[in-house]
Ligand binder design. Structure first.
Ligand SMILES: Cc1cc2nc3c(=O)[nH]c(=O)nc-3n(C[C@H](O)[C@H](O)[C@H](O)COP(=O)(O)O)c2cc1C
Length: 192
């Protein structure tokens, strides 16, 4: 069975609208993929501080980070669920990426530049935004960053599924946007 890595950065956990979109899509994909899921809000991931950085320099990398980096590198599909925070995504996702962007695991170099070692041809990024900010708007800095890290790691095409204006509409409209995003995601996931 092919493998799917799910990176869940939904800090509001059970209250998360982003997860309400992501979970049914993950359930559908799990019929065809073996799922390894990282629930980042439960993982207490620090940024690379001086101590962790020094340890990395002598090859002491946390076991969980090595395992996660290997899972990402070996996955045929990656799904990221993260709400839109401060025009990007929650810091816990950047911390996770900092720990898993590992030389000779997710990327290496060829003497002239960095070369990615991952192989997932497709990445699904699911988000909800409080304001009515569309994917591709200059104020939306999550998709461009994920594309950039995808290019370092050799991930394939990144598809963003976003429900927007969520903080300024009625509960009924929120439900409608969530179910539309789920339908769109399920359709896209069929080609994964
Ligand atoms: C800490 C924090 C920062 C946020 N920053 C933004 C922002 O910069 N732009 C925006 O449109 N919405 C912002 N929002 C609103 C969220 O994007 C919106 O409520 C989203 O639906 C939350 O997703 P969730 O239910 O999965 O947590 C922020 C919300 C929080 C809690």
């Amino acid at each position: 069975m092919k493998s799917l890595v799910v990176i869940n950065a939904c800090v509001r956990q059970a209250d998360s609208r982003t997860l309400r979109i992501a979970d049914p899509i993950i359930a559908a994909l799990s019929e065809r993929y073996a799922v390894t899921r990282y629930n980042l809000p439960e993982m207490d991931i620090p940024p690379l501080n001086p101590d962790l950085f020094a340890r990395r320099g002598v090859g002491e990398i946390p076991e969980w980070a090595q395992e996660a980096a290997r899972a990402i590198a070996g996955a045929e599909c990656i799904l990221i669920a993260a709400p839109f925070w401060d025009m990007s995504f929650p810091a816990v996702l950047k911390c996770f990426i900092e720990h898993t962007s590992l030389f000779d695991v997710t990327f290496t170099d060829n003497g002239k530049t960095c070369v990615g070692l991952c192989k997932a041809p497709k990445v699904l990024y699911i988000t909800t935004r409080g304001m009515d900010i569309r994917t591709g708007d200059a104020r939306e800095q999550a998709t461009p960053y994920l594309k950039a890290i995808g290019s370092l790691w050799n991930l394939g095409e990144i598809t963003t599924i976003a429900a927007t204006n969520m903080d300024y509409i009625s509960p009924e409209e929120i439900d409608k946007k969530i179910s539309e995003a789920v339908s769109r995601g399920l359709e896209i996931a069929q080609s994964f």
